[in-house]
Design a protein around this ligand. Sequence first.
Ligand code: MN
Length: 245
Amino acid sequence: MGNFEAMEVECLHQFGVASRKTDCRGSFIKLTWFRDLKDRIVLTDDIHIQILVGVRYASHTFFVNGKFCKDPMLVVAEDFFKHVDAGNTTNKLGSKVTPVSVNELFGLNTLGISLARIDFAPRGLNPPHIHPRGTEIVIVIEGTLHVGFVTSNQNNGQNRLFTKVLNKGDVFVFPIGLPHFQLNVGYGNAVAIAALSSQNAGVITIANAVFGSTPPISDEILAKAFQIDKNTIDYLQNQFWYDNN
Ligand code: MN
């Protein structure tokens, strides 16, 4: 720890913390901070905003969730606006996620919310994945989806699957951090809108992370973990793991 204790930082409009004394939307964001091993100041507020790193004392500027603040005099309506078209589902998975997170819409900075449009071709799959920083609530706009999530390890050694077939207008929740999926089981295309309780919920696509990492995980590890032979692991690791996000 350095000379500072947890400090209250006045937020600069929706664009986060520009300095400790900057005017804002009238609310305070409490940021706890510490110094990392490289003597950078690291700020955190809550689970909705990932750890953020600011350059020490550089013009009193901090990153908020990795995003710079914008001078409030330069903010325009376009900073809060985004248009989303249907995603191209011509790929191995037959699905496409079009995120609207703080990475695409800077006006979301510090607000703890984002969304995604998910397009599905017939039998298109949004494969099992995790959002490490956000709960997801999804509504089906078009088509029929078989969705589900699996709980974390339970005392009895089980992981429970909660699954449902959703039709147009149906809503389902995927709790933060749990593996979940959506499969288009209808005859036509399907469209879903997902809202996420983070400006930057993050995505870990399980198959991609396990079999498509760079560099690859040792096949000894994966063969034992998945209870299959190394040749099968090697085969899987040689596949192209398409990222539909
Ligand atoms: Mn999801």
